[in-house]
Design a protein around this ligand. Structure first.
Ligand SMILES: Cc1cc2nc3c(=O)[nH]c(=O)nc-3n(C[C@H](O)[C@H](O)[C@H](O)COP(=O)(O)OP(=O)(O)OC[C@H]3O[C@@H](n4cnc5c(N)ncnc54)[C@H](O)[C@@H]3O)c2cc1C
Length: 443
């Protein structure tokens, strides 16, 4: 372990005794869990925040933290400190089409100047900063933290409503001891395999968890020595490569010259029709694709950095009564990946994890029902998630992408439309309005 402050262990205090009562138990201390616990603590609630990992811990991700995350990161008191650690300040997005046309979409200058446009920050660093701050907020408000505690059981009351009343946690690894903690609210923020989410969907409501049309498999590696990779300030790259469809290949520079998070993702239904794995597809692109082989000619992979994970999309499911899927039961709210909220076009999940945590905290403080939480969440995010699903479908029309990006190279109006659609979700809807697109591209 080297000497930077975000690489040090976090002293988060003692582990509470079995049987202790809290206002809320938060299971998982990623962005969703930290946002929930931090906002609850800021409003004076006694919280137990549990993670099975010990920080600093890694999370497989592209490491892009979009503008929508930054206001919450700021309100939790983390932004200034984050800016003192190495990161890339994102100024634009380079898109390329399957036939290798490239266009650069600048992010709004004002947002870039005010440091509100977005960053690339390795998650080992970003999550440490969030966790370190939130554990202080939680403890100052009388709550507790457990690192290295795996939630193994959700405890329900004996009444007919089977409300969740607590959790069973195994502390200290496989042979560790079990302790139980209690609260009127349990928040599931354990990511795409969250045990609270599995309990709500599978065991209590017998509802489907994985719908392959709305899940994405993704794989990332860290590289050094890539040509054309900026230091400190610059663009991220999204390449709509032929055959990786719907999905994309990305190069997200991490802030030091030549260094980047490089990855690939594809919707599960489409990936399962392919014989090759994502890792092999990525190796092939890096070694042979005309746009990348020269840039990677002298580059080196950071040993052991290759890893894959899944992303539960927030795209609307056909016939589902609750969109995108159930995210509550009695005494339980689900946030972040556990609530299936990843943007189906960009793969961004950190922002919606932070937002859902903030809304969940508000509902717990006001002691409102789960259905109200679900409705408010979908009311806030449903429009943009539905728009993004439309864009994801557009990725499948290779001819349209080729034409759009080729035209964008010559027509500033199209670049403007794409820039607006990144900055504003209402504008994004226009991108998959066939008439609007036709008008902008051809007239
Ligand atoms: C390859 C890849 C690339 C991605 N790129 C981006 C990107 O560039 N930008 C972006 O915004 N999003 C990206 N995402 C999505 C993003 O990583 C997630 O949406 C985000 O991490 C969700 O946050 P979360 O807090 O819900 O869950 P997580 O970040 O997964 O955190 C869950 C936490 O719960 C803990 N936990 C799990 N089970 C238990 C248990 N039983 N007991 C106690 N603790 C438990 C885990 O240790 C973990 O700390 C990417 C995802 C992948 C896989």
């Amino acid at each position: 372990m080297s000497g930077e402050f975000w690489q040090q262990p976090v002293d988060s205090g003692g582990i509470p005794v079995s049987g202790e009562q809290f206002d809320a138990i938060v299971v998982g201390a990623g962005p969703g869990g930290c946002s929930t616990a931090g906002h609850l603590a800021q409003q004076g609630k006694k919280v137990l925040l549990i993670d099975k990992a010990i920080f600093p811990r890694n999370k497989i991700c592209g490491d892009a933290v979009g503008g929508k995350s930054l206001s919450i990161v700021k309100s939790l008191g983390v932004k200034e400190r984050l800016e003192q650690t190495p990161h890339l300040r994102v100024t634009g997005i380079v898109f390329s089409s399957p036939n290798q046309a490239r266009v650069r979409i600048p992010l709004p200058e004002e947002d870039v100047e005010k440091l509100e446009a977005g960053y690339v920050v390795p998650r080992i660093q970003f999550d440490w900063l969030l966790f370190e701050r939130v554990q202080k907020l939680v403890r100052d408000a009388g709550g507790s933290i457990i690192q290295g505690g795996e939630v193994r059981e959700i405890i329900h009351n004996e009444d007919e409503d089977k409300s969740a009343i607590g959790v069973g946690v195994r502390i200290g690894g496989r042979e560790g001891e079990m302790r139980e903690f209690f609260a009127p609210w349990t928040v599931g923020s354990g990511g795409y395999q969250c045990p609270v989410m599995r309990n709500v969907l599978k065991e209590i409501h017998k509802e489907e968890i994985v719908d392959k049309k709305h899940y994405c498999a993704s794989y990332r590696e860290y590289w050094t020595g890539i040509k054309g990779c900026p230091a400190k300030t610059g663009d991220i790259e999204i390449h709509l490569v032929d055959g990786i469809n719907p999905g994309y290949f990305w190069i997200f520079p991490t802030g030091a010259e030549g260094e980047a998070n490089v990855g690939i993702g594809m919707v599960l239904t489409h990936l399962s029709k392919r014989k090759d794995k994502l890792k092999a597809m990525q190796s092939n692109i890096i070694a042979n694709h005309p746009m990348f082989k020269e840039r990677f000619a002298e580059a080196k992979i950071v040993e052991g950095s290759g890893a894959g994970w899944q992303l539960p999309f927030g795209s609307p499911r056909k016939k589902a009564k609750l969109q995108p899927r159930r995210n509550f039961s009695n005494g339980v709210l689900l946030v972040g990946d556990a609530a299936s909220l990843v943007d189906p076009a960009s793969g961004e999940g950190v922002g919606n994890a932070l937002i859902s945590g903030k809304i969940a905290a508000k509902h717990i403080v006001e002691n409102r029902g789960g259905i109200e939480y679900q409705n408010e969440l979908w009311g806030m995010l449903g429009g943009e998630l539905t728009n993004s699903f439309g864009l994801q479908k557009m990725y499948q029309r290779t001819w349209l992408l080729n034409m759009l990006i080729k035209r964008a190279m010559k027509k500033p109006k199209i670049v403007e439309l794409m820039a607006d659609s990144i900055a504003s979700k209402e504008e994004q809807a226009k991108l998959h309005s066939k008439w609007y697109l036709f008008k902008t591209v051809f007239l």
